[in-house]
Write a protein that binds this ligand. Sequence first.
Ligand SMILES: Cc1cc2nc3c(=O)[nH]c(=O)nc-3n(C[C@H](O)[C@H](O)[C@H](O)COP(=O)(O)OP(=O)(O)OC[C@H]3O[C@@H](n4cnc5c(N)ncnc54)[C@H](O)[C@@H]3O)c2cc1C
Length: 328
Amino acid sequence: MTEMYDITIIGGGPAGLFAGFYAGMRTAKTQIIESLPQAGGQVAALYPEKMIYDVGGYAGIKAANLAKELEKQTRLVGTEIRLNETVVDIQAQADFYHVKTNRNEYDTRAILLATGNGAFNPRKLAVEGLDHLEDKKIYYHMPDVEHFENQDVLVAGGGDSAIDIALMLEPIAKSVSLVHRRQQFRGMERNVQRLQESTVKVMTPYLINDVREAVEGIDVDLKEIGTEALKATHFDKLIVNYGFTSSNKIIKGWEIDLAQEHRMFAVDSLMHTNMKNIYAIGDGVEYPGKLRLIATAFGEGPIAVNQIMNDLYPGKRGPVHSTSMFEK
Ligand SMILES: Cc1cc2nc3c(=O)[nH]c(=O)nc-3n(C[C@H](O)[C@H](O)[C@H](O)COP(=O)(O)OP(=O)(O)OC[C@H]3O[C@@H](n4cnc5c(N)ncnc54)[C@H](O)[C@@H]3O)c2cc1C
């Protein structure tokens, strides 16, 4: 027997997180399923260092901090947040839905799609046959830093997070190298300056051309951009930080038929899709006047959740203000 949820929210971006908070206020048994190992959607994955000025209540907040605050707020009400898990199929049952992820299966009375542009996944190395080394010698997500204690580590990438990872490992690892295909780093000037002052060995402009498993660690061939010359290197571990890709293709294989307009879910003013008890909010929806903004996503969540509760439990008491919950 799988546990029955009232609401399963697919996607842990701003839309899904705030809807998850609101669903908790309505005492709905709710879970959020997010494919990345971190919550926050685009805000955390694509522009964590950017300042956001157009969210109510903040005269300016760093994107990474908004994502953290949203997650904290959602966890206040007991909504479960399942990270690192991707929904791969939804099957309609008599009066509920069966949700399959790459790791588990759940039953749920209602589904709230907050999938944005689709499931985020880390952009991987363009080298075949490395799957068996993932999370052993090659990492696309940062695990606990102990994994790199006294190790020779290669970090690949040119953005702020690649630099942050290299600097974070500097005092822990035996050696840290950073490889980037351009001469210049995309990171913020302050970060790049810290990198220049560190012991991190910077290798530019190089691209990873091949990776082979060695008895101890891995052999990595680097190709110099421009000359095409190959440089043979050896490391214990490799962390790849090439950003993310997002894909909505996965939805096409789902057993249920969801009407889409311009590859977005078509919804009515109650955020209802064409399927009974399936709603959609956030960047992944289309309706006249739709704005792809965080503020809009925040507004759509409570509309959808209240409608779901009306549909599932007609007659149940309606919306409450947060103060009546938290000041008890
Ligand atoms: C560079 C940039 C700057 C921006 N600046 C601003 C700004 O200043 N102000 C503003 O208001 N807006 C800004 N935006 C837009 C804003 O980020 C989006 O409107 C907002 O993130 C939409 O939230 P969402 O939750 O709908 O979607 P997303 O943030 O895209 O989150 C969707 C989440 O769903 C997950 N997901 C999808 N499919 C699955 C699946 N099958 N299983 C599990 N998980 C899944 C994805 O991994 C993702 O984390 C900016 C966008 C970009 C790209």
